[in-house]
Design a protein around this ligand. Structure first.
Ligand SMILES: [Zn+2]
Ligand SMILES: [Zn+2]
Length: 160
């Protein structure tokens, strides 16, 4: 019994100010956002350190007419080499009902000069603020990344 009381006392001593948790959560959230982008655009290359710029990575691009080409990350849009129309990096996402859609990503230079994702749009849909789960253009359900990446397979599929 006396042992139990002692344990409680030790736990109480180790309280951390609430503000510390909050700023930690904010930092973790922004890192998670960036990592989600890496996973979305480059699921087969998870070794890229977060410090590297997306300008160092070859991405798949698609123009408004559907031409696909490969180019490094850049502020969007860039002209399609085939037809000259606006092109954006794309990744494939899956609606549980309507199947696969290409999703465009819009990048802009942030205040520190780094490219940051600002908006996403499924082909046939509307631009929306950047999210890991862009909405299906037909039913507006959040979509998931089409290909299974190694990180995802480590986790339990679980029950939704
Ligand atoms: Zn084109
Ligand atoms: Zn759908």
């Amino acid at each position: 019994m006396s042992r139990q009381r002692r344990t409680v006392r030790i736990v109480e001593k180790r309280t951390i100010p609430r503000a510390a948790y909050v700023s930690l959560a904010a930092a973790a959230a922004s890192a998670a956002l960036l990592f989600a982008l890496w996973r979305a655009l480059k699921s087969d290359d998870l070794e890229i350190p977060l410090a590297r710029s997306i300008e160092d990575v070859q991405l798949e691009w698609r123009c408004e007419d559907g031409h696909i080409f490969t180019a490094p990350g850049a502020a969007t849009p860039i002209p399609c080499p085939t037809c000259g129309k606006d092109a954006y990096p794309i990744a494939q996402f899956q609606c549980p009902v309507h199947g696969q859609f290409d999703v465009f990503f819009r990048f802009e230079k942030g205040p520190d000069g780094r490219l940051v994702p600002t908006e996403v749009k499924a082909v046939g849909g509307k631009w929306e603020p950047f999210t890991e789960h862009p909405r299906c253009p037909k039913c507006h359900r959040p979509m998931i990344r089409e290909s299974v990446d190694p990180l995802a397979t480590k986790q339990d599929p679980g029950s939704g």
